[in-house]
Design a protein around this ligand. Sequence first.
Ligand SMILES: Cc1ncc(COP(=O)(O)O)c(C=O)c1O
Length: 414
Amino acid sequence: MTMYMASPAREGKKLNDVIFQAGAKVQAAIAAYGKERVVNGTLGAFADDEGNVACIPTVETLFRSMDMRDFICYAPPVGLPAYRDAVLKAAFADQRPDAYVAAVASAGGTGAVHMAIANYSDVGDYVLTTDWRWDAYGALCSEIGRNLTTFPLFDDTRHFHVAALEKKVSELCRQQDSLLLILNTPAHNPTGFALSEADWDAVLAIACKEAAQGKRISILVDIAYIDYAGEKNDVRRFMKKFSSLPDKVFVMLAFSMSKGYTMYGQRAGALVGISANTSVIDEFNDVVLYSARAAWSNINRGAMTLLTTIQNDAALCRQFEAERHAFYETIRRRAAVFMTEAKECQLAALPYQSGFFISIPAKNSALVCDKLADSLIFAGPLAMGVRFAVCSVSERKMKGVASAMKQAFIAAGE
Ligand SMILES: Cc1ncc(COP(=O)(O)O)c(C=O)c1O
Protein backbone atom coordinates (compact mmCIF):
# COMPACT_ATOMS: atom_id res chain seq x y z
CA MET A 1 0.00 0.00 0.00
CA THR A 2 1.28 3.45 -0.91
CA MET A 3 2.14 5.50 2.17
CA TYR A 4 2.29 9.29 2.31
CA MET A 5 4.60 10.54 5.02
CA ALA A 6 5.56 13.97 3.70
CA SER A 7 3.65 16.99 4.90
CA PRO A 8 0.59 17.78 2.75
CA ALA A 9 2.22 21.14 2.08
CA ARG A 10 4.88 19.28 0.07
CA GLU A 11 2.34 17.75 -2.31
CA GLY A 12 3.35 18.21 -5.94
CA LYS A 13 6.96 19.05 -5.08
CA LYS A 14 8.58 16.93 -7.76
CA LEU A 15 11.41 18.31 -9.82
CA ASN A 16 11.09 17.86 -13.57
CA ASP A 17 14.72 18.28 -14.50
CA VAL A 18 14.70 18.21 -18.30
CA ILE A 19 18.41 18.94 -18.57
CA PHE A 20 19.27 16.00 -16.32
CA GLN A 21 16.98 13.77 -18.41
CA ALA A 22 18.64 15.00 -21.60
CA GLY A 23 22.02 14.16 -20.03
CA ALA A 24 20.84 10.58 -19.41
CA LYS A 25 19.93 10.26 -23.12
CA VAL A 26 23.43 11.43 -24.02
CA GLN A 27 24.99 8.73 -21.84
CA ALA A 28 22.79 6.07 -23.47
CA ALA A 29 23.81 7.30 -26.95
CA ILE A 30 27.49 7.28 -26.00
CA ALA A 31 27.15 3.70 -24.74
CA ALA A 32 25.47 2.65 -27.99
CA TYR A 33 27.43 4.64 -30.62
CA GLY A 34 30.67 5.77 -28.94
CA LYS A 35 31.69 9.19 -27.66
CA GLU A 36 33.16 10.37 -30.98
CA ARG A 37 29.82 10.21 -32.80
CA VAL A 38 27.75 11.95 -30.11
CA VAL A 39 27.40 15.74 -29.79
CA ASN A 40 26.56 16.66 -26.20
CA GLY A 41 25.02 20.13 -26.13
CA THR A 42 23.30 19.55 -22.79
CA LEU A 43 26.24 19.99 -20.41
CA GLY A 44 26.37 23.22 -18.38
CA ALA A 45 30.13 23.16 -17.83
CA PHE A 46 33.14 24.07 -19.95
CA ALA A 47 34.49 20.92 -21.60
CA ASP A 48 37.72 20.43 -23.54
CA ASP A 49 37.71 19.33 -27.17
CA GLU A 50 37.40 15.70 -26.07
CA GLY A 51 34.22 16.53 -24.18
CA ASN A 52 35.69 16.21 -20.68
CA VAL A 53 34.87 18.88 -18.07
CA ALA A 54 37.97 21.05 -17.84
CA CYS A 55 39.59 22.64 -14.79
CA ILE A 56 41.52 25.93 -15.00
CA PRO A 57 45.15 24.70 -14.53
CA THR A 58 46.05 27.14 -11.73
CA VAL A 59 42.92 26.06 -9.84
CA GLU A 60 43.93 22.41 -10.08
CA THR A 61 47.53 23.04 -9.00
CA LEU A 62 46.46 25.19 -6.05
CA PHE A 63 43.70 22.88 -4.92
CA ARG A 64 46.00 19.86 -4.94
CA SER A 65 48.65 21.73 -2.95
CA MET A 66 46.42 22.90 -0.12
CA ASP A 67 46.76 21.91 3.51
CA MET A 68 44.42 19.15 4.68
CA ARG A 69 43.02 21.49 7.33
CA ASP A 70 41.77 23.77 4.56
CA PHE A 71 39.42 20.99 3.58
CA ILE A 72 38.37 19.61 6.93
CA CYS A 73 38.03 22.58 9.28
CA TYR A 74 34.86 24.55 9.88
CA ALA A 75 34.58 28.13 8.69
CA PRO A 76 32.39 30.94 10.04
CA PRO A 77 28.87 30.95 8.53
CA VAL A 78 29.44 34.39 6.94
CA GLY A 79 32.59 33.01 5.30
CA LEU A 80 36.28 33.45 6.11
CA PRO A 81 37.01 37.20 6.47
CA ALA A 82 39.68 37.10 3.75
CA TYR A 83 37.25 35.31 1.44
CA ARG A 84 34.61 37.97 1.93
CA ASP A 85 37.15 40.62 0.88
CA ALA A 86 38.40 38.48 -2.02
CA VAL A 87 34.82 38.05 -3.28
CA LEU A 88 34.41 41.83 -3.39
CA LYS A 89 37.64 42.12 -5.42
CA ALA A 90 36.62 39.36 -7.80
CA ALA A 91 33.02 40.49 -8.18
CA PHE A 92 33.71 44.18 -8.87
CA ALA A 93 37.24 44.24 -10.37
CA ASP A 94 37.82 48.02 -10.85
CA GLN A 95 34.11 48.81 -11.10
CA ARG A 96 33.27 48.91 -7.40
CA PRO A 97 30.40 51.35 -6.92
CA ASP A 98 30.65 54.31 -4.58
CA ALA A 99 28.50 52.67 -1.90
CA TYR A 100 28.65 50.46 1.19
CA VAL A 101 29.23 46.84 0.21
CA ALA A 102 29.46 43.47 1.95
CA ALA A 103 29.73 39.82 0.92
CA VAL A 104 28.36 36.79 2.76
CA ALA A 105 29.47 33.29 1.73
CA SER A 106 26.86 31.02 0.16
CA ALA A 107 26.60 27.46 -1.11
CA GLY A 108 27.28 28.36 -4.74
CA GLY A 109 25.35 30.94 -6.72
CA THR A 110 22.24 28.89 -5.97
CA GLY A 111 22.71 29.61 -2.26
CA ALA A 112 23.13 33.31 -2.97
CA VAL A 113 19.87 33.37 -4.95
CA HIS A 114 18.18 31.51 -2.10
CA MET A 115 19.38 34.01 0.51
CA ALA A 116 18.24 36.96 -1.63
CA ILE A 117 14.76 35.48 -2.08
CA ALA A 118 14.47 34.49 1.58
CA ASN A 119 15.36 37.95 2.88
CA TYR A 120 14.26 40.43 0.22
CA SER A 121 10.81 39.14 -0.71
CA ASP A 122 7.82 38.34 1.47
CA VAL A 123 6.00 35.01 1.82
CA GLY A 124 3.21 34.90 -0.75
CA ASP A 125 4.71 37.73 -2.83
CA TYR A 126 5.80 37.66 -6.43
CA VAL A 127 9.45 37.67 -7.41
CA LEU A 128 10.06 38.98 -10.92
CA THR A 129 12.46 37.74 -13.59
CA THR A 130 12.66 37.34 -17.37
CA ASP A 131 10.66 34.72 -19.30
CA TRP A 132 13.84 33.18 -20.73
CA ARG A 133 15.52 32.18 -17.50
CA TRP A 134 17.46 29.64 -15.50
CA ASP A 135 14.89 27.05 -14.54
CA ALA A 136 15.93 26.77 -10.87
CA TYR A 137 14.57 30.24 -9.99
CA GLY A 138 11.05 28.76 -9.93
CA ALA A 139 11.88 26.05 -7.39
CA LEU A 140 14.00 28.44 -5.32
CA CYS A 141 10.94 30.67 -4.96
CA SER A 142 8.24 28.05 -4.44
CA GLU A 143 10.35 26.12 -1.92
CA ILE A 144 10.00 29.04 0.50
CA GLY A 145 6.50 30.18 -0.38
CA ARG A 146 7.17 32.83 -3.02
CA ASN A 147 5.76 32.94 -6.54
CA LEU A 148 7.90 33.54 -9.57
CA THR A 149 6.46 35.71 -12.32
CA THR A 150 8.06 36.92 -15.51
CA PHE A 151 8.20 39.61 -18.18
CA PRO A 152 9.40 39.04 -21.76
CA LEU A 153 13.18 39.43 -22.01
CA PHE A 154 12.99 40.51 -25.65
CA ASP A 155 10.80 42.99 -27.50
CA ASP A 156 9.85 42.55 -31.19
CA THR A 157 13.25 43.82 -32.28
CA ARG A 158 14.98 41.38 -29.94
CA HIS A 159 16.18 44.11 -27.61
CA PHE A 160 15.69 44.18 -23.83
CA HIS A 161 11.98 44.72 -23.26
CA VAL A 162 12.07 47.82 -21.05
CA ALA A 163 8.37 48.60 -21.58
CA ALA A 164 7.31 45.12 -20.44
CA LEU A 165 9.51 45.40 -17.35
CA GLU A 166 8.08 48.79 -16.47
CA LYS A 167 4.50 47.58 -16.87
CA LYS A 168 5.08 44.47 -14.77
CA VAL A 169 6.97 46.32 -12.01
CA SER A 170 4.19 48.87 -11.83
CA GLU A 171 1.49 46.16 -11.65
CA LEU A 172 3.32 44.25 -8.91
CA CYS A 173 4.06 47.38 -6.90
CA ARG A 174 0.33 48.16 -6.78
CA GLN A 175 -0.15 44.70 -5.20
CA GLN A 176 2.79 44.42 -2.79
CA ASP A 177 4.99 46.68 -0.64
CA SER A 178 8.29 45.47 -1.97
CA LEU A 179 9.63 43.73 -5.04
CA LEU A 180 12.63 41.53 -5.79
CA LEU A 181 13.75 41.58 -9.44
CA ILE A 182 16.25 38.95 -10.60
CA LEU A 183 18.33 39.74 -13.70
CA ASN A 184 20.87 37.24 -14.98
CA THR A 185 23.39 39.27 -16.95
CA PRO A 186 25.85 39.30 -18.67
CA ALA A 187 26.15 35.96 -20.53
CA HIS A 188 22.58 35.10 -19.65
CA ASN A 189 21.56 31.47 -19.24
CA PRO A 190 20.05 30.30 -21.62
CA THR A 191 20.40 32.95 -24.34
CA GLY A 192 23.85 34.54 -24.01
CA PHE A 193 22.21 37.98 -23.84
CA ALA A 194 23.48 40.94 -21.76
CA LEU A 195 21.82 44.18 -20.72
CA SER A 196 23.45 47.24 -22.29
CA GLU A 197 24.38 50.32 -20.25
CA ALA A 198 21.23 52.00 -21.58
CA ASP A 199 19.14 48.99 -20.49
CA TRP A 200 20.63 49.33 -17.02
CA ASP A 201 19.80 53.04 -16.91
CA ALA A 202 16.20 52.14 -17.76
CA VAL A 203 16.04 49.38 -15.10
CA LEU A 204 17.38 51.69 -12.40
CA ALA A 205 15.05 54.52 -13.44
CA ILE A 206 12.07 52.16 -13.07
CA ALA A 207 13.31 51.04 -9.64
CA CYS A 208 13.93 54.63 -8.50
CA LYS A 209 10.46 55.69 -9.65
CA GLU A 210 8.80 53.03 -7.48
CA ALA A 211 11.15 53.75 -4.57
CA ALA A 212 10.15 57.42 -4.74
CA GLN A 213 6.58 56.24 -4.12
CA GLY A 214 7.64 54.37 -1.00
CA LYS A 215 8.21 50.88 -2.41
CA ARG A 216 11.26 48.85 -1.40
CA ILE A 217 12.89 47.56 -4.58
CA SER A 218 15.65 44.94 -4.51
CA ILE A 219 17.53 43.90 -7.63
CA LEU A 220 19.53 40.68 -7.65
CA VAL A 221 22.07 40.56 -10.48
CA ASP A 222 22.96 36.94 -11.11
CA ILE A 223 26.55 37.13 -12.41
CA ALA A 224 27.16 33.37 -12.55
CA TYR A 225 28.70 33.58 -16.06
CA ILE A 226 30.30 37.05 -15.94
CA ASP A 227 33.82 35.67 -16.27
CA TYR A 228 32.98 34.38 -19.75
CA ALA A 229 31.47 37.63 -21.01
CA GLY A 230 34.53 39.60 -22.16
CA GLU A 231 37.15 41.98 -20.74
CA LYS A 232 36.58 42.05 -16.99
CA ASN A 233 36.16 45.81 -16.54
CA ASP A 234 34.13 46.27 -19.72
CA VAL A 235 31.57 43.68 -18.67
CA ARG A 236 31.36 45.11 -15.14
CA ARG A 237 30.95 48.77 -16.11
CA PHE A 238 27.24 48.64 -15.20
CA MET A 239 28.21 48.06 -11.57
CA LYS A 240 29.37 51.67 -11.23
CA LYS A 241 25.73 52.65 -11.75
CA PHE A 242 24.96 51.18 -8.32
CA SER A 243 26.64 54.21 -6.72
CA SER A 244 24.46 56.56 -4.66
CA LEU A 245 21.12 54.89 -5.35
CA PRO A 246 18.15 55.83 -3.16
CA ASP A 247 17.99 53.98 0.17
CA LYS A 248 14.94 52.04 -1.01
CA VAL A 249 16.75 50.58 -4.02
CA PHE A 250 18.95 47.74 -2.84
CA VAL A 251 21.20 45.90 -5.30
CA MET A 252 22.73 42.47 -4.74
CA LEU A 253 25.07 40.30 -6.78
CA ALA A 254 24.85 36.51 -6.78
CA PHE A 255 28.54 35.53 -7.05
CA SER A 256 29.53 31.97 -7.90
CA MET A 257 32.84 30.10 -8.11
CA SER A 258 31.23 27.33 -10.17
CA LYS A 259 31.91 28.58 -13.68
CA GLY A 260 34.45 31.37 -13.17
CA TYR A 261 36.79 29.11 -11.15
CA THR A 262 35.64 25.75 -12.62
CA MET A 263 34.62 24.65 -9.13
CA TYR A 264 31.06 23.54 -9.95
CA GLY A 265 30.90 20.73 -7.41
CA GLN A 266 32.69 22.58 -4.61
CA ARG A 267 29.62 24.73 -3.89
CA ALA A 268 31.12 28.12 -3.15
CA GLY A 269 29.66 31.53 -3.84
CA ALA A 270 28.51 34.67 -2.07
CA LEU A 271 25.72 37.16 -1.89
CA VAL A 272 27.03 40.72 -2.24
CA GLY A 273 24.96 43.65 -0.97
CA ILE A 274 25.33 47.23 -2.24
CA SER A 275 23.68 50.26 -0.66
CA ALA A 276 24.22 53.98 -0.11
CA ASN A 277 22.93 53.48 3.42
CA THR A 278 25.21 51.80 5.93
CA SER A 279 22.30 50.51 8.03
CA VAL A 280 20.98 48.58 5.02
CA ILE A 281 24.33 46.79 4.84
CA ASP A 282 24.38 46.14 8.60
CA GLU A 283 20.93 44.60 8.31
CA PHE A 284 22.05 42.63 5.22
CA ASN A 285 24.95 41.12 7.20
CA ASP A 286 22.59 40.12 10.03
CA VAL A 287 19.73 38.61 8.06
CA VAL A 288 21.84 36.85 5.46
CA LEU A 289 24.11 35.36 8.14
CA TYR A 290 20.96 34.03 9.82
CA SER A 291 19.87 32.36 6.58
CA ALA A 292 23.30 30.86 5.99
CA ARG A 293 23.44 29.40 9.51
CA ALA A 294 19.98 27.91 9.13
CA ALA A 295 20.50 26.53 5.59
CA TRP A 296 24.05 25.10 5.40
CA SER A 297 25.89 26.50 8.44
CA ASN A 298 29.14 27.12 6.60
CA ILE A 299 30.53 26.43 3.16
CA ASN A 300 33.53 24.78 1.54
CA ARG A 301 36.60 26.16 3.30
CA GLY A 302 39.08 24.92 0.70
CA ALA A 303 37.29 26.76 -2.11
CA MET A 304 37.28 29.95 -0.03
CA THR A 305 41.03 29.65 0.59
CA LEU A 306 41.61 29.05 -3.10
CA LEU A 307 39.78 32.22 -4.15
CA THR A 308 41.61 34.23 -1.50
CA THR A 309 45.00 32.90 -2.58
CA ILE A 310 44.36 33.79 -6.23
CA GLN A 311 42.91 37.24 -5.56
CA ASN A 312 45.68 38.25 -3.13
CA ASP A 313 48.60 37.33 -5.39
CA ALA A 314 48.75 39.65 -8.41
CA ALA A 315 51.05 37.44 -10.49
CA LEU A 316 49.05 34.30 -9.76
CA CYS A 317 45.83 36.12 -10.52
CA ARG A 318 47.19 37.28 -13.90
CA GLN A 319 48.21 33.71 -14.74
CA PHE A 320 44.81 32.38 -13.65
CA GLU A 321 42.96 35.03 -15.65
CA ALA A 322 45.01 34.26 -18.76
CA GLU A 323 44.10 30.59 -18.48
CA ARG A 324 40.43 31.40 -17.98
CA HIS A 325 40.60 33.79 -20.93
CA ALA A 326 41.72 30.88 -23.10
CA PHE A 327 38.57 28.97 -22.07
CA TYR A 328 36.50 32.05 -22.92
CA GLU A 329 38.13 32.35 -26.36
CA THR A 330 37.44 28.68 -27.03
CA ILE A 331 33.75 29.16 -26.21
CA ARG A 332 33.67 32.25 -28.45
CA ARG A 333 35.07 30.30 -31.41
CA ARG A 334 32.58 27.46 -30.86
CA ALA A 335 29.67 29.87 -30.61
CA ALA A 336 30.83 31.73 -33.73
CA VAL A 337 30.66 28.49 -35.76
CA PHE A 338 27.11 27.92 -34.57
CA MET A 339 25.89 31.49 -35.08
CA THR A 340 27.48 31.82 -38.55
CA GLU A 341 25.90 28.58 -39.70
CA ALA A 342 22.59 29.49 -38.05
CA LYS A 343 22.51 32.67 -40.12
CA GLU A 344 23.35 30.76 -43.30
CA CYS A 345 20.57 28.23 -42.80
CA GLN A 346 18.11 30.76 -41.33
CA LEU A 347 17.83 29.14 -37.93
CA ALA A 348 16.26 31.82 -35.73
CA ALA A 349 18.71 31.71 -32.80
CA LEU A 350 18.29 34.43 -30.18
CA PRO A 351 20.89 37.23 -30.09
CA TYR A 352 23.92 35.60 -28.45
CA GLN A 353 26.67 37.81 -27.07
CA SER A 354 28.63 35.52 -24.76
CA GLY A 355 28.35 32.70 -22.27
CA PHE A 356 27.74 29.00 -22.10
CA PHE A 357 24.44 28.70 -24.03
CA ILE A 358 22.61 29.61 -27.23
CA SER A 359 18.84 29.31 -27.46
CA ILE A 360 16.40 28.94 -30.30
CA PRO A 361 12.69 29.60 -29.64
CA ALA A 362 10.43 26.59 -30.25
CA LYS A 363 6.80 25.75 -29.61
CA ASN A 364 7.55 22.10 -28.92
CA SER A 365 11.19 22.00 -27.86
CA ALA A 366 10.97 18.38 -26.66
CA LEU A 367 9.95 17.24 -30.14
CA VAL A 368 12.70 19.30 -31.79
CA CYS A 369 15.25 17.75 -29.40
CA ASP A 370 13.95 14.27 -30.18
CA LYS A 371 14.31 14.90 -33.93
CA LEU A 372 17.79 16.32 -33.35
CA ALA A 373 18.75 13.22 -31.38
CA ASP A 374 18.26 11.20 -34.59
CA SER A 375 21.52 12.85 -35.73
CA LEU A 376 23.09 12.00 -32.33
CA ILE A 377 23.05 15.70 -31.42
CA PHE A 378 21.63 16.44 -27.98
CA ALA A 379 20.27 19.74 -26.66
CA GLY A 380 18.21 20.89 -23.68
CA PRO A 381 14.44 21.21 -24.21
CA LEU A 382 13.32 24.29 -22.25
CA ALA A 383 9.79 25.59 -21.95
CA MET A 384 10.43 28.37 -24.48
CA GLY A 385 12.87 26.70 -26.81
CA VAL A 386 15.95 24.62 -27.37
CA ARG A 387 19.13 25.35 -25.40
CA PHE A 388 22.47 24.33 -26.85
CA ALA A 389 25.61 24.36 -24.70
CA VAL A 390 28.41 25.94 -26.73
CA CYS A 391 30.61 25.61 -23.63
CA SER A 392 30.90 21.86 -24.03
CA VAL A 393 31.12 21.04 -27.76
CA SER A 394 34.38 21.28 -29.71
CA GLU A 395 34.67 23.56 -32.76
CA ARG A 396 35.06 20.48 -34.94
CA LYS A 397 31.86 18.88 -33.67
CA MET A 398 30.06 22.20 -33.82
CA LYS A 399 30.27 22.24 -37.61
CA GLY A 400 26.90 21.23 -39.03
CA VAL A 401 25.01 21.44 -35.71
CA ALA A 402 23.02 24.53 -36.72
CA SER A 403 21.88 23.01 -40.01
CA ALA A 404 20.99 19.72 -38.28
CA MET A 405 18.99 21.78 -35.82
CA LYS A 406 17.25 23.59 -38.68
CA GLN A 407 16.27 20.19 -40.14
CA ALA A 408 15.02 19.08 -36.71
CA PHE A 409 12.84 22.20 -36.49
CA ILE A 410 11.39 21.42 -39.94
CA ALA A 411 10.86 17.76 -39.04
CA ALA A 412 9.07 18.83 -35.85
CA GLY A 413 6.75 21.02 -37.94
CA GLU A 414 8.09 24.34 -36.61
C1 LIG B 1 21.88 31.51 -14.25
C2 LIG B 1 22.54 30.74 -13.17
N1 LIG B 1 22.64 31.30 -11.98
C3 LIG B 1 23.21 30.67 -10.95
C4 LIG B 1 23.72 29.41 -11.11
C5 LIG B 1 24.28 28.81 -9.87
O1 LIG B 1 25.29 27.96 -9.98
P1 LIG B 1 26.01 27.35 -8.70
O2 LIG B 1 25.00 27.16 -7.63
O3 LIG B 1 26.59 26.09 -9.19
O4 LIG B 1 27.03 28.36 -8.31
C6 LIG B 1 23.64 28.76 -12.36
C7 LIG B 1 24.13 27.39 -12.56
O5 LIG B 1 23.88 26.72 -13.50
C8 LIG B 1 23.03 29.45 -13.41
O6 LIG B 1 22.91 28.90 -14.62
